[in-house]
Design a protein around this ligand. Structure first.
Ligand SMILES: *Cc1c(COP(=O)(O)O)cnc(C)c1O
Length: 564
């Protein structure tokens, strides 16, 4: 803590009124003006063995349909460059609450929004949010995945302007936006001071881009509360690191200094504990425990969703159970509800017609599917490919042009560029095998095979192809993308990646297996393993010894295949 704050607030025990008005001197729209209610949940507290449990009802912020994002935009949109721009650009998953908040803000303030969307599975509320975003003063641009977005429009994720239009970064997290959460921390301190709740030992809050948790940790400290922030990650570990939060604390502190509040800039933020235990199957995907937690708060009359808030509440439930078993008494915990109000918003009748065609097709495809594809078990690590590729994509020099046009390529699943990459990978993986003259021949059977897979697997396969293709720069410092490297360099690059025990290794092994699969589907490859061709019904069945001839000696690899 800084030794002396303006209000003389130094120790929590003093319980002086926190300096809420300090921040109110900075430009803001005046949203989230009234403190949101604290809802005590005595029966649930008793059930869990907690002394006190409450919910900070940030779903009730005004205007619009509320949510914590309102607090960020309150400060962000009142400051340049966003303040003066007729149009903003932002980005989020198709069911993004952030894009809903930006759309509502654009509507209210008479601006336009260019929304870059990427796919996420259709859990509760996703379509409602998409419908609202599509109904507003928005133009929608669809990218099949976070990876595709990072590769095609890295500026949306990293730049402050694109062609002169200011970008609201993912999750709306910027230093000025975090002021909204600093103010929220002060607001809570005021409520503690007025006796609306006991000083909580912990606040549980969802962690996406991090702005909420970081702003709160700073605001609670300025407000003189000792509350520890338990930030429950809704995104993969690679996207929710301590380093990232530390950078945000630093950015916020620099900003406070710039706007003439050095006494606040020097306040040491409250401790933030990052809890990774609830990410489950990955960002944008519900988990069993998040759905359970949504149900638990529904009984208290509070509507959560399973992607952010359900996971944060699930972590609280688990920690309470652990404390109960260890006989650790807990005085007071607070759950910070970040989601907007669940009631339906006004949407335009024809909102679906406003979606980009590729998104319409994908929605129809998924909505038409039964539960069958959901039963397909996939390794958890695959879900991480998206996250890692987003990072690689955002930092890579993006080189999407200059692929041969391949006039004879007519893939259902793979673009000509992807077919070219698969061919280039085959040349490296199968360097000593006889290869077809036209390398993209390997992509032909793969195209048929992959097109029939469930959507999530297909998008992971596209992701891994591009991750390895573009990864040559961020991962090993090559200037060229994988397919433009000389064969020897390509071999060395893949050799480097194959033994890795992380997502990148998974992607490299996935690509290797894919091209091997494509290769052995080609009749020209059959001879090398002694396979004489697929059986046709009226062909005499081979006798057993023929089969025995096809079995390779133990430890022998297919010709041309390399060990890791
Ligand atoms: C955006 C969002 C969060 C995460 O906030 P960050 O500041 O991005 O960490 C949590 N919950 C909901 C409902 C959100 O929309």
């Amino acid at each position: 803590m800084a030794p002396h704050l303006e209000s003389g607030l130094t120790a929590p025990a003093q319980r002086t009124v926190p300096p809420l008005d300090i921040l109110d001197r900075l430009p803001r729209l005046g949203w989230a003006a009234d403190p949101t209610p604290i809802q005590a949940m005595p029966e649930l507290a008793a059930e869990l063995g907690l002394g006190w449990l409450g919910c900070k009802r940030d779903d009730l912020t005004q205007p619009g349909s509320g949510g914590t994002k309102t607090r960020k935009l309150d400060f962000l949109l009142a400051s340049p460059p966003w303040r003066d721009a007729p149009k903003w650009i932002s980005v989020g998953a198709i069911g993004s609450g952030h894009l809903v908040a930006c759309t509502a803000a654009a509507e209210r303030l008479g601006r336009q929004l260019e929304a870059h969307l990427f796919w996420e599975p259709l859990s509760a509320g996703v379509l409602d949010n998409l419908a609202y975003t599509a109904s507003g003063p928005t133009s929608l641009i669809y990218h099949s995945s976070r990876v595709a977005l990072a590769l095609r429009r890295p500026g949306v994720l990293t730049a402050l302007h694109m062609a002169g239009v200011p970008v609201i970064p993912p999750g709306g997290t910027t230093p000025v936006a975090m002021l909204g959460l600093v103010r929220a921390g002060l607001e809570l301190a005021g409520q503690v001071h007025r006796g609306e709740l006991p000083e909580p030992q912990r606040v549980y809050v969802s962690l996406g881009s991090g702005g909420t948790a970081v702003g709160l940790a700073v605001g609670l400290a300025i407000g003189g509360l000792r509350t520890v922030v338990h930030a429950v990650a809704a995104v993969e570990r690679a996207l929710a690191t301590r380093t990232r939060l530390r950078r945000q604390v630093h950015g916020l502190s620099e900003y406070l200094r710039q706007v003439g509040l050095p006494e606040l800039a020097d306040v040491e933020p409250n401790a933030v504990v990052i809890n990774y235990s609830q990410v489950g199957p990955g960002y944008g995907r519900a988990s069993g425990s998040s759905l359970d937690a949504v149900g638990v708060l529904k009984r208290q009359g509070i509507g959560l969703e399973p992607i952010y808030t359900g996971k944060a509440m699930a972590a609280l439930l688990v920690d309470a159970e652990i404390a109960r078993r260890e006989n650790r008494p807990i005085d007071a915990w607070l759950f910070w509800n970040t989601v907007r109000r669940p009631e339906p918003m006004q949407v335009a009748d024809g909102w679906r017609a406003r979606l980009p065609p590729a998104l319409i097709a994908r929605l129809q495809n998924v909505e038409g599917l039964t539960g069958a594809h959901r039963a397909v078990k996939r390794s958890r690590r695959w879900f991480l490919v998206g996250g890692a590729a987003t990072l690689a994509g955002a930092t890579a020099l993006v080189r999407m042009s200059g692929y041969p046009s391949l006039p004879r390529w007519h893939g259902r699943e793979f673009t000509a560029a992807e077919a070219h990459i698969l061919g280039a990978a085959a040349e490296a993986v199968l360097a000593s095998a006889p290869l077809p003259t036209e390398l993209t021949a390997i992509a032909v059977p793969l195209d048929r095979y992959v097109a029939a897979l469930p959507p999530r697997m297909r998008s992971d396969i596209h992701a891994l192809i591009w991750l390895i293709e573009q990864g040559s720069t961020p991962l090993v410092g090559q200037i060229h993308r994988m397919s433009s490297l000389p064969v020897a360099a390509r071999v060395a690059y893949l050799k480097d990646l194959l033994p890795r025990r992380d997502v990148i290794g998974d992607a490299a092994r996935g690509l290797r297996d894919l091209v091997v699969l494509g290769y052995y589907a080609l009749p020209m490859a059959w001879g090398s393993i002694g396979f004489t061709g697929p059986l046709v019904p009226d062909m005499p069945r081979p006798r057993r010894p023929t089969y025995a001839q096809l079995v390779a000696p133990a430890g022998r690899l297919p010709n041309g295949m390399r060990t890791e």
